[in-house]
Design a protein around this ligand. Sequence first.
Ligand SMILES: Cc1ncc(C[n+]2csc(CCOP(=O)(O)OP(=O)(O)O)c2C)c(N)n1
Length: 512
Amino acid sequence: MNGAESIVQTLLDADVTTCFGNPGTSEMHFVAALDRIAGMRCVLGLFEGVVTGAADGYGRMADKPAATLLHCGPGLANGLANLHNARRARTPVVNIVGDQATYHRELDPPLTADTEGWARGVSAWTRTAASAATVGLDTATAVQAARSSPGRIATLIAPADTCWDEGGVVAKPLPVPPPPTIAPHRIAEIARLLRGGEPVLLLLGGTALRSAALEDAYRIAEATGARLMAQQFNGRVERGQGRLPIRRLSYGVAPSLAELAEFRHIVLIGATPPVAPFAYPGKPGHLAAPGTSIHVFARPEENMPDALARLADELSAPKLAVPRAPQGAGPGRGNVTQEAVTQTLAALLPDNAVVVDESVSFGRLFFNGLAGAAPHDWLQITGGAIGSGLPMATGAALGAPGRRVVSLQADGSAMYTVQALWTQAREQLPITTVILSNRKYAILLGELDNVGANAGKVALDMLTLDNPAIGWVGIASNLGVEAARAEDMETFADLFTAANRRPGPFVIELTI
Ligand SMILES: Cc1ncc(C[n+]2csc(CCOP(=O)(O)OP(=O)(O)O)c2C)c(N)n1
């Protein structure tokens, strides 16, 4: 057995069964090993941002890591932005990065780079393998690191000779510690705070946004008068009918300041303290009102469902059915507006869908507006690095087999990783993509004002995508995904319904 074979077998033994990859010369032995060892689902991405974004979507839905296969420092570097998003989502990912053979590196051939340096910025665990005999154990250690709560990026750099040399040793899966449970005194402290009668917000993130945990959070809120909100950026939220219609802190400094103004205390449950996404001249960075106390109840790596259940019991909060979210008025009609698209999605979302949200400015109403839709999971861009939506949808489809993925995608962001559509076609994945085609960087037009910049013609031209106009029906069909355009709500509703009944992918270009 060579080193590459020991990597693949060790991954499989640790239940890492999907590999998104874009290989080069240094990964040829890994690729060859895939034929000799059965069981790994290999998915080719035509750019590394697709590979890493797909691993993010997969890990969010499967609750276990996929592997990526990347080529040397530059291949990893191409994938860094979506690894950044995955890190912010706390998604488990195992990167296998091939590199120059140990003894060849000193010759400094073209693809030699500071691979470890590039890996470290996004990885909780980074190691360069030293030999074929030890690369199996390195692989098992990488999986252990990735699976450690709350989910981490682990990057194993495998020089070519550690893959092709004989003497590979398959390593047994290493134990993954369960998420730590919080100490009883913290339950007692927060219970005391909640009984105190002051206005308290429970700000939720991470696994606190899964449906059972949300039910316990609702019991606590009903028993004490505390309010509930999800933080702004979340890896995954379980939503729709039968689940708590929790609202999310708004994007934008003014609305989030208003939403947080009334609270004397904010209790963090897997969330981070609310801050503005950027500094804006004359505006605060912290979004909580001055004088608000911030309390950490559960850190992101701690066992939040357990913490919430114990807190609800400590408060003797009765079991309650979660309230029903209001049903919408049915599909929107006529002109394409934010409200009408929200209504149509809420009415026609397939049961048990996975929604991937990179809708940027047009989709501001989507999250709250779909609270009454059929049950679904909501995945959003978490690290602000656009170009995550199409790859994330691709990976989510593989991480949640049997479920329709609905990918709500702004056009400018879609262009970063448009190659993902080709992978969706090649794998015949059940994904409906709605391209929200406004042919501009609309959000940045607002940001010009928000930062107080005076824009002239050159500046405005930098934010406009209509010269030439991007034709999404052509792009999608040339990448193998059938597509059609909608310019009114009736056509959109028809296309959306038909797309969701297909076995494979479909793209709707919605002119907004
Ligand atoms: C990797 C990365 N590059 C650049 C940006 C800056 N940026 C933020 S939003 C945006 C444009 C978004 O345009 P689009 O996706 O069409 O959405 P819209 O604003 O039109 O709703 C850009 C370039 C970013 N967030 N991430």
